[in-house]
Design a protein around this ligand. Structure first.
Ligand SMILES: [Zn+2]
Length: 78
């Protein structure tokens, strides 16, 4: 009996692209992604005794976008 597998043969006609490359993220998601990507690669951000201007700005940008999304969901106008 043939069982379905997670590895179907596609003939190699179209290379698979990462899902993230085909999806448009919301501004708050983009901002969080930028912050998280920076944070995970930045020693200053992960050190409690240091500050990082870039990390702080990316954090603030995410908060701004997140607050804007919240206002939008609540039906508030600017
Ligand atoms: Zn940093």
């Amino acid at each position: 009996m043939d069982e379905p597998t997670n590895n179907p043969a596609d003939g190699g006609s179209s290379p698979r692209r990462p899902v993230v490359a085909a999806v448009q993220l919301a501004p708050a998601q983009e901002a969080y992604s930028a912050y998280a990507t920076h944070f995970t690669g930045c020693g200053a951000c992960r050190d409690l005794d240091r500050t990082c201007e870039t990390g702080t700005e990316l954090w603030r940008a995410w908060r701004r976008e997140s607050d804007a999304a919240g206002r939008l969901l609540r039906g508030e106008t600017a």
